[in-house]
Design a protein around this ligand. Structure first.
Ligand code: T3D
Length: 259
């Protein structure tokens, strides 16, 4: 195992836990590297049918470890982003399995936007999301400026990032930023049920779903119809499609294999 990230694989579920609880799981240099190693392993492991990302302790992730940035120093953050967050976010998109983010506490800065880049985001009701960037003179990164306006609209996206306003989990659901806000007491149990549900579903189709919504933002209407046609062609040739239809007609539960 690693120093800053806990990683285990069990029953086709991979669990990644950011593990610097004393610093609310802020991203140190080591954590960037260890997260990369974990994601890289997952890109190549097609036995995994659900990835769960969460944090140890009372926070999910407080973004960049500011203790590793010297005050009174200007620096090329472009390089830092490219070799850290961006590399990791690209890998997250390349992993076949859906990624559930279980936001167990505060998610700030890059921590908030890493969560929002996951496929399904649930949060404890006590958790909050903070676009903390402008409070230290930055803009949102980790594709925050891409994803936030799509999720919650430009007016809210601009206001919460300019003001650094914390958004509580239930508000985040109401705005469409995340999928569910869950009572703290039953959070772990509900997250477990979600992961088990996803593992039993047709992973290959979920893998296509993971990316085709994003693609839609770049495609023209007709182009996107072509794209759906091509992807559906592949799905139609899969085991899971024939099994899904057979199970429906035979009035039984399907046994998907993920391919
Ligand atoms: O530099 C680059 O690579 C560019 C990329 C930037 C991406 C970014 O993420 S920029 C945004 C960085 N993050 C922040 O600005 C958030 C800073 N943290 C906070 O504002 C607050 O800690 C929270 C609102 C997240 C939580 O507040 P609270 O009151 O619940 O906890 P706390 O007491 O502030 O924090 C608890 C401990 O975690 C504390 O340590 P201590 O004093 O007990 O030893 C605190 O210093 C530490 N901590 C929290 N966030 C960070 C951190 N340490 C280092 N870096 C952090 N980001």
């Amino acid at each position: 195992n690693f120093e800053t990230v806990k990683y285990n694989k069990n029953d086709h579920i991979a669990t990644i836990t950011f593990n610097r609880p004393d610093k609310l799981n802020a991203f140190s240099e080591t954590m960037h590297q260890e997260f990369y190693a974990v994601l890289n392993d997952l890109v190549n492991d097609h036995s995994i049918r659900c990835v769960l990302l969460t944090g140890a302790g009372r926070g999910f992730c407080a973004g960049q470890d500011l203790g590793e940035r010297q005050g009174n120093e200007k620096m090329d953050l472009g390089d830092k982003l490219e070799n850290g967050y961006n590399k990791n976010l690209r890998l997250m998109k390349s992993i076949q399995a859906p990624i559930i983010c279980a936001v167990n506490g505060v998610a700030a800065g890059a921590g908030a936007n890493i969560a929002l880049n996951c496929d399904i985001v649930v949060a404890k009701k006590s958790a909050k999301f903070i676009q903390a960037f402008s409070s230290i003179g930055l803009i949102p990164d980790c594709n925050g400026t891409w994803i936030l306006p799509k999720l919650i609209g430009l007016a809210r996206a601009k206001a919460i990032t300019m003001l650094g306003t914390p958004v509580m989990a239930e508000q985040a659901v109401e705005w469409g930023m995340i999928y569910q806000a869950i009572d703290d007491e039953v959070f772990d149990a509900e997250v477990k049920t979600l992961t088990e549900t996803l593992v039993a579903r047709p992973t290959r189709a979920l893998s296509f779903i993971k990316n085709i919504f994003d693609e839609s933002y770049n495609n023209r209407y007709g182009e996107h119809l072509d794209r759906e046609r091509d992807v559906q062609r592949v799905c139609g040739l899969s085991h899971d499609f024939s099994e899904g239809v057979a199970a429906f007609n035979e009035k039984r539960k399907p046994e998907f294999k993920g391919h």
